[in-house]
Design a protein around this ligand. Sequence first.
Ligand code: ATP
Ligand code: MG
Length: 267
Amino acid sequence: MTTPEPIVSVRGLRKRFGDNEVLKGIDLDVRPGEVVVVMGPSGSGKTTLIRCLNLLEEPDTGTVSMCGNQVDCGGRGRSRAAQVREIRRRSAMVFQQFNLFPHLTALQNVMEGPISVRGLRRTEADGLGRRLLALVGLDEKCDCYPATLSGGQKQRVAIARALAMEPQVILFDEPTSALDPELHAEVLQVIRDLAGNGMTMVIVTHETAFARDVADRVVFMDGGNVIEEAPPQRFFTAPAHPRVQAFLRLVGPSHNGHPSPQNVERT
Ligand SMILES: Nc1ncnc2c1ncn2[C@@H]1O[C@H](COP(=O)(O)OP(=O)(O)OP(=O)(O)O)[C@@H](O)[C@H]1O
Ligand SMILES: [Mg+2]
């Protein structure tokens, strides 16, 4: 069997904020249907990396390719702008803090992108929104405003909203870390179901039990570099790099919350 072409591919990605070089030349491939979990201590560049994958953050140098659209970072030009638009259209991002519109109901939050970006008619978007809210277990909450929803419910609305854009890749940045521990499971189950249905996902998370369960590959970042990349069985039982070993000792074998990985001694 031949390995399918990557759906996401980055090469030599570098990003600095002032004097702080946050990404120091990242190479990463994600294949269709693959679930890649990104782990690493606080400040190692995980959020910056996934924001660079859909060009929400502009890398300084390197290339980003998604679904056949390649952007050479640091360049200019009209064809490049079109490629950036394509990449953003084909990917969706789910944030730690949900980022729902507070003045819109759950259903209106999900309908907004399909209407304004995909050009769906209101009735079509309404049907789609209701189907997706049912998919994440929130059919009863269509008319509720975000302020009246629990954190786990808000995050499930945010996932439905991401799905409404029919993305080919979903990028998650610590989707459970703003939630009370008892609300983690409901969000993780939705993500597990998406994985089971073959959705391609890149997930930044500290939840080791979940990562073991759902990841095809774990990528570990430290100081702006990927220092280890392995299937979860190997990553969690026999990591090669001492930094990863120290990190896993800190978070434990089946951590379900937010550790303090910044406390891991820097090397
Ligand atoms: N917009 C920005 N302007 C300046 N510095 C930034 C910006 N965004 C991130 N940084 C810096 O880049 C570094 C990496 O940040 P990033 O948010 O990618 O880390 P992280 O691995 O996601 O950490 P955490 O686990 O705490 O979320 C940090 O030193 C951070 O202060
Ligand atoms: Mg982060």
